[in-house]
Design a protein around this ligand. Structure first.
Ligand code: AMP
Ligand code: MG
Length: 346
């Protein structure tokens, strides 16, 4: 069964390489590994001075990602997340492991910071819209109303003393598709570091976490793809070090019904898939933050989205949105004050 909980992210960013493989006088060697994980192509690029170190580190990182998928996936019936969702409305409080706990704590912080635009309790709505995508029929309004009754981040009770969770409303279903991949990338990078490899990049479906720059480089050169629409503003290039870059948008994952394109990202306030075409790129220190912020800013739109990222320490964002006006496509662009710093970084 496809364990692809992290369907969310589109391939909007591409690592475009940093020329040198080996530099004279230095024994750094570049190693590349690829593997499907979480239903998406994942990639590790690292520099090491020893092939065995490189292979062992990559293996350990793959293992960690697979482990996290088996905990955080809503596609896997037996994941810790799915088991937790099945206790919704029972009144029971369930003790959970450290990974799920960390992701739920960060999810709650993001829900609060974004005024509920980011909300991992959207599970029942995601289910409805996944079906709409398969059948190409819009969900009936009363089904959206019923699903919304089981959505609401304030109805997830997190109890730190016992590290346990109670899902208050019956039918609640958690979906970590907007945040868990970022966490998995952080953790995979942490494993590499633990194995002595810091000059590394881990990416999954276009989102990435990077550490120290490749030898002799100022960073990992990453092209931030433009919005896929004729006349969209061109790609930008950033140089990343010790950072994460995540994107969100409706490019690959959407359904078109009655001439309207609905995104896989849902506005929890309406229960409806987003209908504006946008591409949000967020750079933050950690993947868990960049991933969640990108999803949140997609829901909030350029103005409130950029405001949210400006309020988040050490995070920057670029939002491009296409708007149709008098039959013509126009583009709105917004970015945080520090985004350009990543383009110029030396
Ligand atoms: P991303 O590509 O990171 O923006 O994640 C999109 C995925 O997050 C979707 O496929 C859903 O699984 C989930 N999701 C959809 N809407 C929301 C939302 N408003 N808040 C949090 N997660 C969401
Ligand atoms: Mg996200």
């Amino acid at each position: 069964m496809a364990a692809s909980l992290f369907l969310g992210t589109l391939v909007a960013a591409a690592w475009v390489g940093a020329g040198c493989a080996t530099r004279p006088g230095l024994s750094w060697q570049r190693y590349e590994f690829e593997r499907p994980q979480m239903g998406l192509p994942f990639r590790i690029v690292l520099y090491a001075t020893d092939g065995q170190v490189a292979t062992n580190a990559a293996e350990a990182a793959w293992k960690r990602i697979a482990e996290l998928n088996s905990i955080l996936s809503d596609y896997e019936e037996q994941s810790e997340l799915s088991r937790l969702s099945r206790t919704a409305g029972s009144g029971r409080s369930v003790a959970i492991g450290p990974d799920l706990w960390r992701v739920l704590i960060r999810s709650e912080e993001m829900a609060r910071a974004s005024g509920g635009a980011f909300d991992v309790t959207v599970g029942p709505l995601v289910q409805l819209w996944r079906r709409a995508r398969r059948q190409r029929v819009l969900p009936e309004p009363d089904r959206i109303t019923a699903a919304r009754a089981a959505v609401g981040w304030r109805r997830v009770e997190l109890r730190p003393r016992t590290r346990s969770v109670r899902l208050v409303a019956p039918g609640m279903r958690l979906d970590l598709g907007g945040i868990a991949k970022g966490y998995a990338l952080d953790e995979a990078f942490a494993v590499l570091r633990h194995q002595g490899v810091a000059r590394a990049l881990v990416s999954g479906g276009g989102d990435m976490v990077v550490g120290e720059a490749p030898p002799g480089e100022r960073g990992w050169k990453v092209a931030v793809a433009p919005l896929d629409a004729p006349g969209a503003p061109p790609a930008r290039t950033v140089w990343l070090r010790w950072a994460s870059l995540c994107t969100s948008g409706d490019l690959f994952q959407h359904v078109e019904i009655g001439g309207v394109r609905y995104s896989h990202i849902i506005d929890p306030r309406t229960g409806v898939g987003l209908t504006d075409h946008s591409l949000v790129t967020v750079i933050a220190r950690r993947g868990i933050t960049a991933d969640a912020l990108a999803t949140a800013a997609s829901v909030l739109g350029p103005v409130a989205g950029i405001r949210l990222v400006e309020r988040t320490p050490r995070a920057e964002a670029l939002v491009v949105r296409s708007v149709e006006s008098a039959g013509k496509l126009q583009f709105e662009m917004a970015e945080t004050r520090g985004f350009r710093g990543w383009e110029l970084r030396r």
